[in-house]
Write a protein that binds this ligand. Structure first.
Ligand SMILES: NC(=O)c1ccc[n+]([C@@H]2O[C@H](COP(=O)([O-])OP(=O)(O)OC[C@H]3O[C@@H](n4cnc5c(N)ncnc54)[C@H](OP(=O)(O)O)[C@@H]3O)[C@@H](O)[C@H]2O)c1
Length: 290
């Protein structure tokens, strides 16, 4: 299959790139904003005018700066919504399948239990709102042959992320304050990349046509940012003390949902995936980083 992957310099894009040598029966093309700028409809059209006939598009690119999005709502909307619509139109015209990545931040975080794919979204920040509009364009424009995978708390050995920031602080400080009243499931980007590559080889995905659906993916288990940090320091053997604080004590530009733990049962059973716990995967990632 000819597979186009957007967002080649992001955490997920780089994690996919790391694995594609194991899939050399497919031809992967990875693009970054230089050649494929999602904030410019002309850039996207120009790319597709000269490169076509993809069988699968994996859209890993996104506007992901959650706080900055509050001030850059238009730009976030262009990338997370309008460009996604354009991608779906191109995918339809080419008969290509689409895997689009979305977020737990489409939920308001008020659920007491795990979020199912069928739960009602109700985003509480601009980033979540633009990602939800992106999901809606996929569902409306591509009723068949697309998958929306919502993920959460993504980290990796690449780029900037929570794990790398905490490690740096852990080396520099004796004590740090971390929010304890936001609960979710961390996702090692490498596990999501493996899951995506597994899915594109699965019979359920390779059917001539399948209805578009939403799936949730993160590592198994749940934690808070403060417990996550304690585990990072334990594995990295850092003596830094973690003081648990509330979200009110750490105001941010964008509101954050309180509990966005995603249920992974649907993707696990549909594609027979084995998903590691967040603790196992954190160890793997820290081995790569340290
Ligand atoms: N990170 C998280 O915690 C998290 C949580 C839930 C869901 N997600 C979703 O998971 C997916 C992958 O996230 P990630 O963590 O890999 O994000 P990331 O590391 O921030 O990467 C996003 C990529 O998108 C690219 N991009 C941004 N604006 C662009 C534009 N105008 N044109 C083309 N490319 C552009 C960036 O390019 P540059 O490298 O040039 O900036 C970057 O490579 C996204 O859909 C995100 O919404 C992420």
């Amino acid at each position: 299959m000819k597979i186009l992957v957007t967002g080649k310099n992001g955490q997920l894009g780089r994690s996919i790139q790391k694995l594609i040598s194991n899939y050399d029966h497919h031809k992967f093309t990875l693009v970054g904003r230089e050649e494929f700028d999602l904030s410019s409809p002309e850039s996207i059209s120009k790319y597709f005018d000269t490169h076509s006939h993809f069988d699968v598009i994996i859209n890993c690119a996104a506007y992901t700066a959650v706080d900055r999005a509050e001030e850059e709502a238009d730009l976030a909307g262009e990338i997370n919504h309008l460009a996604v619509k354009q991608l779906t139109e191109f995918a339809n015209s080419q008969n290509a399948k689409l895997i689009h990545i979305s977020t737990d931040y489409v939920f308001d975080g008020q659920n007491e239990s795990l979020y199912l794919e069928s739960d009602n979204p109700n985003p509480i920040n601009v980033y979540g709102k633009t990602k939800l509009l992106g999901e809606k364009s996929v569902l409306e424009t591509m009723p068949n042959n697309a998958m929306i995978i919502r993920t959460s708390w993504v980290y990796s050995e690449f780029g900037n992320n929570f794990v790398k920031t905490m490690l740096k602080l852990g080396y520099e400080k004796n004590e740090i304050n971390v929010v304890s009243d936001q609960i979710g499931s961390p996702t090692y980007a490498s596990d999501l990349a493996k899951a995506i590559l597994h899915i594109i080889s699965n019979n359920n995905f390779n059917k001539k046509s399948f209805p578009t659906e939403i799936f949730h993916f993160s590592n198994m288990g749940e934690t808070s940012w403060s417990m996550f940090t304690m585990k990072i320091f334990e594995i990295a053997n850092l003596p830094c003390r973690v003081v648990s604080i509330t979200s009110d004590q750490y105001p941010t530009h964008a509101l954050r949902p309180k509990n966005t733990t995603l249920s992974k049962e649907k993707i696990r059973s549909h594609f027979k995936l084995l998903i590691p716990t967040w603790q196992q995967s954190l160890k793997e990632c820290l081995k790569e980083i340290i």
